[in-house]
Design a protein around this ligand. Structure first.
Ligand SMILES: Nc1ncnc2c1ncn2[C@@H]1O[C@H](COP(=O)(O)OP(=O)(O)O)[C@@H](O)[C@H]1O
Ligand SMILES: [Mg+2]
Length: 263
């Protein structure tokens, strides 16, 4: 059984693409626990398996083998319809490309997950506006994406990921297209709004500038988690593999080997 407080439980999860000579072992036995109330970062060089792991966790891809429990469910045990409902209800996504719909206003973009869940348009857009206001964007609610700065667009994308109160928020490079100050502001916002006791946040990132916001950092290489760091500064962690004070000081030099471009 998976312990209370665990959002994602992964034991020896593998993912193999293709067959025969062209096989790619994208995940080679992932052991990971992602706790509710925490922000977990997946970092590592391009091709190390970060996106694949995220896709398996969010049910976009089936694992080849291993045990995976996400919010109490085994994705592979769900029917396609159940999986769609599960994802719609429980997952919120923030991408590097904000994927905002150009013809919709900021508030309408935020409302999209509610509309998909069957909420009436007027109500959904009103809720979108409310949430934008809490992110300091009340005055931009009627603006089109093309009229917003990068940081503002990322706030809209963040609001859209949060509007339906998902229990698992997944972010792919949320700050790498932003300048340092804007990226920091977006992370502060993400920490303040997304991290809650009943919710887990997973961020894939190359951006060493934001490592300090993590409760847990899983370093990936060649389909494996090669080290796991915990940052006790951010919360009360009980299960640290290594003393945070030691590992944390290693984070910076390590981080410089990653680039902030491409994935
Ligand atoms: N759909 C796919 N088919 C075949 N190989 C893939 C596919 N997706 C990813 N891979 C391979 O799996 C490995 C891990 O990729 P990925 O998870 O995208 O890494 P990252 O996100 O860390 O850059 C890479 O070798 C990549 O080429
Ligand atoms: Mg990737």
């Amino acid at each position: 059984m998976v312990a209370d407080g665990i959002a994602v439980f992964s034991r020896d999860v593998t993912k193999v693409f293709g067959r025969g000579d062209t096989q790619v072992h994208a995940l080679r036995g992932i052991d990971l626990e992602i706790r509710l109330g925490e922000l977990t970062m997946l970092v590592g060089p391009s091709g190390s398996g970060k996106t694949t792991l995220l896709s398996v966790i969010t049910g976009l891809l089936d694992a080849t083998s291993g045990e995976l429990v996400v919010l109490g469910e085994r994705p592979t045990a769900l029917s396609p319809e159940e999986l769609i409902l599960f994802r719609r209800e429980n997952l919120g996504f923030v991408f590097q490309q904000y994927n905002l719909i150009p013809a919709l206003t900021a508030a309408e973009n935020v409302a999209v997950p509610l509309l998909a869940g069957g909420v009436k348009r007027q109500q959904a857009v009103a809720r979108g506006k409310e949430l934008l206001a809490t992110l300091g964007m009340a005055h931009r609610a009627h603006a089109l994406p093309s009229e917003l700065s990068g940081g503002e667009q990322q706030r809209v994308a963040l609001a859209r990921a949060l509007v339906h109160e998902p229990r698992l928020i997944v972010c792919d490079e949320p700050t790498s297209a932003l300048d340092g100050r804007t990226g920091h502001a977006v992370m502060e916002l993400l920490s303040a709004t997304a991290v809650r006791p009943d919710r887990a946040v997973i961020i894939v990132t190359h951006d060493a500038r934001i490592f300090d916001f993590a409760d847990q950092i899983a370093h990936m290489d060649d389909g494996r988690i090669v080290s796991l760091e915990e940052n006790r500064k951010n919360g009360a962690l009980t299960n640290g593999l290594v003393a945070a004070s030691e590992t944390w000081s290693l984070a910076e030099p390590d981080a410089r080997s990653y680039t902030t471009t491409g994935d």
